[in-house]
Design a protein around this ligand. Structure first.
Ligand code: COA
Length: 147
């Protein structure tokens, strides 16, 4: 499991995956919060990350990202599976996340793990000059899934 010492690595991967990345300070603060945990995938250098929050019996996926040159090799799927296993062991029964409606890579990743659409948050993400975009809320029943 990732520790606050790895905040720089988390920020470095995040910056390769998002237009508005979280910096090392933001990761360190998040990791100090209750129920927050994550994993880093590394091969020589950090390649991918997942950060989650467990609250009551729910797991929230806060972010998942893989460096462009490491994509389509199962890194994100392995990170999601590790987070789900940790949450299940800690007593979570549901997992949920938000994802931009046009993020087909991520929607494909989540759907492949068994997440299903449970709602829409209108104008959830602000893309600056490109305007706002809706988020899908996706949920997975951990008791009923093999992920
Ligand atoms: C989404 C992301 C994390 C996927 O990482 P990845 O390591 O390439 O994903 P995986 O190799 O584990 O792929 C698992 C599944 O996701 C889906 N998927 C991943 N990339 C895809 C793509 N480019 N097109 C379609 N489906 C894709 C597929 O179902 C894939 O399974 P398959 O390879 O057996 O077909 C990565 O593209 C990324 O970092 N994107 C930018 C950040 C982001 O959008 N994060 C999610 C925010 S909610």
């Amino acid at each position: 499991m990732v520790t606050p010492d790895e905040a720089d690595d988390l920020a470095a991967v995040h910056a390769q995956a998002f237009a508005k990345p979280w910096d090392a300070e933001a990761f360190a603060e998040l990791l100090a919060g209750p129920g927050v945990f994550g994993f880093v995938a590394a091969k020589d250098a950090p390649q991918g990350l997942i950060l989650c929050r467990a609250a009551a019996d729910e797991l929230e996926i806060l972010t998942v990202a893989v460096a462009p040159d490491a994509r389509r090799r199962g890194v994100a799927k392995a990170l999601m599976t590790a987070a789900i296993a940790a949450a299940r062991a800690a007593g979570s029964s549901q997992a949920f996340l938000e994802v931009a409606v046009d993020n087909m890579e991520a929607v494909g990743l989540y759907a492949g793990l068994g997440f299903r659409r449970s709602g829409v948050r209108r104008a959830y993400y602000d893309r600056g000059p490109d305007g706002q975009i809706d988020a899908l809320v996706m949920r997975l029943d951990l008791a009923a899934s093999n992920a």
